[in-house]
Design a protein around this ligand. Structure first.
Ligand code: NAD
Length: 500
């Protein structure tokens, strides 16, 4: 147990892995220290899994996948497993949210009302999909006449064993986002959470056992990306990698997957623009732009990290966003008044600090923030940088921190080019009162999601993913069936004379 302010006692899961329905140690016994990002105190350890550990987990997932009981399980009953897990998360949501806050740093209210709700919703949403797997009946046009009639049908088959590799910004939600569609469509899974935030995924393992998932259908290995993650990607029995994380890692995974021709879905980084047109309702657009970047301390893949504002309202908007940023209370996620927690790690704090320093060196002007917070913990002050130019490094690199770069747009005809001037293509928001401008501009943006007069609304019913370096494939919505299943065509010849 770890005690935190407000009398919160947080139970820490043991440094073990879930393989074949059993909790087990790593073969080599190596551990990774886990720190509270708000205090820098060591709070736990997790196993540093080796390739041999990953092999055990994949073999278990493969056996479970091939087992007649799993193959024959009714789709509706796979959905019921997910529903049972959702109910257990609902029961333990306060505890899980406290653990997420301790491990990741985010405010408890966010862990409880965003992360836990998303996890429960995702389990229910995908649980519903389990009974919606359907193929097609196809009439063929053979180029010969052998007296027969040809017909075909397709059925959707699960891809097989899925490796789910997740980042640290929404740890439990991301783990569920990988396991729920996999189980719904009849795959089995090996999850590998981020070494920076594995604790809630391990607690999820306890609930998975309690919910009665068959042994080996969900396995959890912890460890480093270059070791445990890489071993999962290289394993020939893993048929698909469902990955969320940085573009650099996504590129390595895509290249390595070629060797075994794995299916991949890659949800990667972003440099999403928040575009404020001169006719926007600024009472909505200014808080909207602040909300696009600062929640979760900017550690959101779709964060609106580039603020493109028409020149006539540039000062009003940027100063308004800076005022809101200055008012945000930074501190321990266990303090109910706190709105921004720390960044997840010292490494992330160093990265954010270096990118902002470089931006300032290149001529950006901090309207607020621009430095880490004094004292212990990996806190970075919410930052609005004005005077942004497209040639700056910070205009192109993902910061993944509470930092927005504002750029004035002199001529509205430049907006499309400025917005698309990024290697990424995850999201964008447009703030305007003009419905024509909104939809015409939306059609010109090269990204997976465009929001109009809102930002960061993600819904499980809406396909989610990116263009360009933001990824490959889509999760959520009707697209998800393509991500976890493949069609198998069955062709038949009917003897036409049978009824002669
Ligand atoms: P990361 O790429 O460093 O790590 C993500 C996961 O990949 C971790 O589990 C890590 O251990 C593993 N990994 C690292 N190297 C690996 C390798 N060679 N082979 C296999 N696995 C490996 O990312 P991060 O720092 O944890 O997360 C932040 C990034 O995630 C940001 O770029 C953010 O934009 C992105 N992200 C994207 C989305 C999205 O849906 N598009 C959502 C959240 C976060």
């Amino acid at each position: 147990m770890i005690e935190r302010a407000g009398g919160s006692a947080v139970r820490i899961p043991a440094a073990r892995m879930l393989i074949d329905g059993q909790w087990c140690d790593g073969i080599e016994g190596r551990l990774i220290a886990v720190h509270d990002p708000a205090t820098e105190e060591k709070i736990a350890e997790v196993v540093a899994a080796t390739a041999a550990d990953v092999d055990r987990a994949v073999q278990a997932a493969h056996r479970a996948y091939e087992s007649p009981s799993w193959q024959k399980m009714r789709p509706l009953d796979r959905g019921r497993l997910l529903e049972r897990l959702a109910l257990l998360i609902e029961r333990d949501a306060d505890d899980l949210a406290r653990l997420e806050t301790l491990d990741n740093g985010k405010p408890y209210g966010v862990s409880r009302n965003v992360d836990m709700k998303f996890a429960m919703d995702a389990l229910r949403y995908y649980g519903g999909w389990s009974s919606k797997m359907a193929g097609e009946y196809i009439q063929l046009s053979p180029f010969f006449d052998d007296g027969g009639t040809y017909r075909a049908y397709t059925e959707r088959r699960p891809v097989g064993v899925v490796g789910g590799i997740t980042p640290w910004n929404f740890p439990l939600g991301q783990a569920v986002q990988k396991l729920a569609p996999a189980i719904a469509f009849g795959c089995t899974v090996v999850l590998k959470p981020s070494e920076e935030a594995s604790l809630t995924t391990l607690r999820l393992g306890e609930l998975i056992l309690e919910a009665g998932f068959p042994e080996g259908t969900v396995n959890i290995v912890t460890g480093y990306g270059h070791e445990a993650g890489q071993a999962l990607v290289d394993h020939p029995l893993v048929r698909k990698i469902a990955f969320t994380g940085s573009t650099l890692t996504g590129q390595k995974i895509l290249a390595a997957s070629a060797r075994t021709m794995k299916r991949v879905t890659l949800e990667l980084g972003g440099k999403s623009p928040t575009i404020v047109l001169a006719d926007a309702d600024l009472d909505q657009a200014i808080p909207g732009a602040a909300n696009a970047i600062f929640p979760n301390s900017g550690q959101v893949c779709t964060a609106g990290s580039r603020l493109l504002v028409e020149a006539s309202i540039f000062d009003e908007v940027t100063q308004g966003v800076a005022r809101l940023a200055q008012d945000l209370k930074l501190g321990s996620g266990f303090d109910p008044l706190v709105q921004l927690g720390p960044l997840v790690s010292a490494r992330q704090l160093d990265r954010v600090s270096a990118l902002v320093a470089k931006g300032i060196e290149e001529g950006a002007e901090p309207l607020c923030g621009g430095a880490r917070d004094a004292g212990r913990g990996y806190f970075y002050r919410p930052t609005v940088l004005s005077g942004g130019r497209p040639d700056m490094q910070i205009a192109h690199e993902e910061v993944f921190g509470p930092v927005v770069l504002a750029m004035p747009v002199q001529d509205p005809r430049d907006i499309k080019a400025l917005a698309n001037d990024t290697a990424y293509g995850l999201g964008a928001s447009i703030w305007t009162r003009d419905i024509n401008k909104a939809h015409l501009l939306a059609a010109q943006l090269d990204c997976g999601t465009v929001w109009i007069n809102t930002h960061n609304v993600l819904d499980l019913a809406m396909p989610f993913g990116g263009t360009k370096l933001s990824g490959l494939g889509r999760e959520f919505g009707t697209e998800v069936i393509h991500a976890y299943t493949e069609p198998r065509a069955v062709c038949m010849r009917l003897e036409t004379s049978a009824f002669d």
